[in-house]
Design a protein around this ligand. Structure first.
Ligand code: 13P
Ligand code: SF4
Length: 301
């Protein structure tokens, strides 16, 4: 039996579901039950009736699945698949910031540890940050935004609110420079440009759209443009081509891979199904507090 058949058989036997983020290795994407961005995968995790969630993504995403489905076993095939940006803020640092700005509300990007979500009023993803701010906060309210300074700046540019911004960033998206987009645009003048809002403001300024990864797939399907320059992790070109085979996609830069997103492969996925490790475990009191801030986001978006 080949590895794909083994994974499929075990998945059925154990009533497991395989959730896969859009940046994962192609062979992992091809075996997914559900693909998506952070928002879409959170929704799937909350709604699934499987007993086990195998999460192929990075650790904060598997943690979010556990927070939303605490009665399920949530497994990440490689415990070392983290997100450097999520690790740029701790609960202790957030508590200090809250002390400094006691009047401010805390909006936390899902790319963050569970303990930080537990100290937050509300969470957001790259797909809904603008919408949740408009719905949840009044114009006079101050908002502490952690940990991504670039998503915070992008969100602030779209709404009329006061932001206190933590200086975290994604090392992968921070490497996508305006020159990368300019170079591709010169080579493909008819192409539209879409970028992820984790990019620098000067990079976003050159784009036609700033979108989450699943937002990119939707835009690619709907636009009349036949060519699109893609300013995000270059693995994104694979699901885009699969979803919209008649269009051409050019990664803004191929030097910007997210090494953590590439840690999971079919061998690790099979091992994870065989021995159900690594299991995500979170203290109950953290789960209930973090769940409130994520659930509020799902209700608003
Ligand atoms: P999306 O929610 O847009 O998929 O982004 C997740 C992420 O980690 C981007 O770097
Ligand atoms: Fe984290 Fe950036 Fe990798 Fe996304 S691409 S998982 S934000 S390091």
């Amino acid at each position: 039996m080949n590895i794909i058949d083994k994974i499929k058989r075990l998945k059925k036997e154990k009533n497991a579901v395989i959730l896969v983020h859009n940046y994962q290795n192609p062979e992992v994407q091809d075996i997914a039950d559900f693909m998506g961005d952070s928002l879409g995968l959170s929704r799937k995790a909350a709604a699934t009736d499987a007993d086990i969630i195998i999460f192929c993504g990075v650790y904060f995403m598997a943690e979010t699945a556990k927070i939303l489905s605490p009665q399920k076993k949530v497994i990440i095939p490689d415990r070392q698949a983290g997100c450097p940006m999520a690790d740029m803020i701790t609960a202790k640092q957030l508590l200090e910031l809250k002390k400094k700005y006691p009047q401010a509300k805390v909006l936390t990007y899902v790319n963050s540890p569970a303990e930080v979500k537990a100290e937050s009023d509300l969470c957001c993803t790259s797909a809904n940050s603008v919408r949740v701010v408009k719905k949840a906060f009044g114009p006079d309210e101050e908002i502490i935004f952690v940990p991504d300074q670039f998503l915070a700046q992008y969100t602030a540019s779209q709404v009329n609110r006061k932001f206190i911004i933590w200086q975290g960033y994604c090392p992968t998206h921070a490497k996508i420079m305006p020159q990368d987009l300019k170079r591709q645009k010169e080579a493909h003048p008819d192409a539209k440009i879409m970028v992820h809002p984790e990019c620098r403001p000067e990079t976003i300024a050159l784009a036609d759209q700033a979108l989450s990864t699943s937002g990119m797939i939707k835009f690619a399907k709907e636009t009349t443009a036949k060519e699109i320059i893609v300013g995000t992790e270059p693995g994104m070109v694979y699901p885009l081509k699969k979803a919209v085979p008649d269009k051409t996609f050019y990664p803004a830069s191929t030097a910007t891979s997210c090494p953590d997103m590439k840690k999971i492969n079919l061998e690790k996925l099979l091992l994870a199904l065989e021995d159900l490790s690594y299991e995500v475990k979170i203290e109950e009191k953290i789960i209930s507090k973090a769940q409130a801030s994520i659930q509020k986001m799902l209700d608003l978006s």
